[in-house]
Design a protein around this ligand. Structure first.
Ligand code: NAD
Ligand code: UGA
Length: 370
């Protein structure tokens, strides 16, 4: 295939003993940031993404363009395309997979349940089926979600806390992913590390997420809904800045042990891990909005409403002791600082001219590529 040459080239490690990593969902928000970070430190990186239109595909194409400037190539294809995945593993002996491709978003599951089953369950199984027969068997780090804690309100959440109350089909498919990982680890000796991300935000983010469309709607003078619980408590999220999450992903990859492989020559049990990657500092949605109002120098038209039963959960809050202990994960970005970087990117990306916006110097951030 035409892409083979580029693939061989782009996934060749440039640092001694560097990884050769397949990043699924590389045109996505988290995937594009991780791909760049891994490439910049000298790992061989190849992306895979189906560029679906769950949100504006032109944003995915813009991320792809940014990655291609750094010689990261993205193969356009689907997780469920077994022949394509087999071919990729035939061409490149990947040492690691960073599996981030999924149908994300909690509320959209009510409109399109099948896309969650197809990408998050069937697609994950398809990837594991190919990985189990690959030589070498790659170590796999994949995105789970804080949503697995579901309706549990006993915060902060630790990894062993209950995850038997999913509030959305999205959460159920992410929880299913954790169970599926257990099976492939047990039977085939695959090394698997699940990362439960907590509401990740930042430059190049997802237009379907609240911080993103709140920014858009505030600038356009449209009213926004701020959810509260049925008993009128403020809904809160442990919003986590993208750069912190990227460091967590890299730390998890760096500490992933090799797969042991199935069959006679097992050297011991293969690694199976799950970690919270959060910010440890939950913020009410009302506070998120007031930070945006300050950054945008614009009053929001706020509409406080009781949270509909739409898959959302009332509170999230991560305990990250385990990730700190095992790979030094320590979030360092507070919400105001991270949102400043997001707003700076947003106005630059969409070419928004407004005298009301704080000057770059006041926003106090670097370039959008930072
Ligand atoms: P994203 O939607 O920006 O990225 C996912 C990418 O995967 C997209 O580019 C999409 O085109 C691609 N994709 C989807 N289904 C595919 C398929 N079947 N085959 C090939 N490509 C496919 O989302 P994100 O925010 O970058 O999330 C990355 C991962 O982290 C996802 O697994 C998501 O569920 C998880 N997660 C995200 C957050 C968050 O707040 N952003 C929080 C918790 C978990
Ligand atoms: C986010 C991602 O969208 C999921 O893909 C991810 O799995 C999840 O984080 C996670 O941490 O696991 P969520 O926290 O719901 O999900 O993020 P948003 O959809 O951006 O919502 C943020 C907050 O704003 C939530 O508390 C939500 O209830 C609230 N919200 C949302 C409103 O108050 N009003 C709205 O109109 C929409």
């Amino acid at each position: 295939a035409a892409w083979e040459k580029q693939v061989r080239h782009s996934s060749t490690p440039r640092r001694p003993n560097g990884f050769s990593i397949l990043v699924t969902g590389a045109a996505g928000f988290v995937g594009s940031h991780c791909s760049l970070a891994l490439k910049k430190r000298g790992d061989g990186v190849l992306g895979l993404d189906n560029f679906n239109d769950y949100y504006d595909p032109s944003l995915k194409r813009a991320r792809q363009k940014l990655l291609s400037k750094h010689q990261v190539f993205i193969v356009e294809g689907d997780l469920n395309d077994a022949p394509l995945l087999t071919k990729l593993f035939d061409v490149v002996p990947f040492t690691h997979i960073l599996h981030l491709a999924a149908q994300a978003g909690v509320r959209y599951a009510m409109q399109n349940p099948q896309s969650y089953v197809s990408s998050n369950i069937a697609g994950f199984v398809n990837l594991l089926e190919v990985a189990k027969t690959a030589n070498p068997q790659p170590a796999i780090v994949w995105a789970s979600s804080s949503s697995v804690y579901g309706l549990n309100t006993d915060v902060p959440f630790s990894e062993l806390d209950r995850t038997d109350q999913p509030a959305s089909l999205y959460a159920a498919t992410k929880k299913a992913g954790e169970e599926i990982a257990h099976t492939y680890n047990h039977i085939y000796g695959l090394s698997l590390t699940g990362l439960r991300f907590f509401t990740v935000y930042g430059p190049w983010g997802r237009p379907d997420m609240a911080y993103f469309f709140f920014t858009k709607d505030i600038l356009q003078g449209k009213s926004i809904d701020i959810y509260q619980t049925q008993d009128e408590k403020q809904v809160a999220r442990d919003f986590t800045f993208i750069d912190d999450v990227v460091k967590g992903c890299v730390g998890a990859l760096d500490t992933a042990e090799k797969s042991t492989g199935s069959g006679g020559k097992k050297k011991g049990p293969a690694q199976l891990r799950v970690y919270n990657l959060g910010n440890t500092s939950p913020v009410p949605v009302g506070k998120l909005v007031s930070i945006l109002e300050t950054l945008l120098s614009t009053k929001a038209k706020k509409h406080v409403v009781k949270m509909p039963r739409n898959g959302d959960v009332p509170f999230t809050h991560a305990n990250v002791t385990l990730a700190y202990k095992d790979f030094g994960y320590k979030p360092t970005t507070d919400l105001a600082t991270g949102l400043r970087k997001f707003v700076k990117w947003y106005v630059s990306y969409y070419g928004i001219q407004t005298t009301k916006l704080k000057k770059d110097s006041e926003l106090n951030v670097g370039t959008p590529e930072d």
